[in-house]
Design a protein around this ligand. Structure first.
Ligand code: COA
Length: 151
């Protein structure tokens, strides 16, 4: 069932969405992707949630059909619209599309301070595999590596 208050559509992102996507990015992440870092995503799974002609959230996943593996790279919802089930709808649709591509394993990482965000992924069956520590110049200094295996 669709969560109440969520009446928009989910569709493939296009280049014209970038100003709104960059606005959401700037409000959601301390370390942001610049415009050119989004370009390759248009060739992969890049979905937006749109309501009244406004983009309120997006999700990006890259996948390798040969290896049957995918990685969720980015999920973000405008702070004004968080808590309405938008990310859940984006995840649901992205995972359905990955399943259709016969992907078997989906990975993602969650920054350690964002422990509460793990619940979003756990709702979809992701399990925490381990905590990873990396160099400070990488995007996240320490994160949970989470994985979903499709049955
Ligand atoms: C994480 C994020 C995408 C969730 O978007 P959202 O549309 O508010 O998520 P939903 O309304 O679909 O909520 C999904 C679940 O996630 C959990 N959740 C998500 N963010 C949460 C937060 N900040 N605090 C507590 N719980 C949170 C809730 O438990 C919720 O489950 P529920 O259905 O039982 O209520 C959004 O908060 C965001 O853009 N954050 C900034 C960017 C970010 O951290 N992205 C994830 C990188 S790992």
């Amino acid at each position: 069932m669709q969560p109440s208050g969520v009446e928009g559509v989910i569709r493939a992102a296009h280049h014209g969405d970038l100003p709104q996507i960059l606005e959401i990015e700037s409000r959601c992440f301390p370390r942001q992707w610049n415009e050119s870092q989004f370009y390759p995503a248009f060739k992969d799974l890049f979905l937006v949630y749109e309501e009244d002609s406004a983009v309120l959230g997006f999700i990006i996943a890259c996948s390798c059909e040969v290896a049957k593996r995918a990685v969720i790279m980015r999920v973000a919802v405008h702070p004004r619209d968080q808590g309405r089930g938008i990310a859940s709808r984006l995840m649901e649709r992205a995972l359905a599309e990955l399943r259709e591509k016969k992907i078997r394993t989906v990975d993602l990482d969650v920054e350690i301070p964002k422990t509460d965000v793990k619940r979003l992924y756990e709702k979809f069956g992701f399990k925490t595999l381990k905590v990873v520590h990396v160099d400070a110049d990488y995007e996240n200094d320490a994160f949970y590596l989470m994985q979903l295996r499709f049955a």
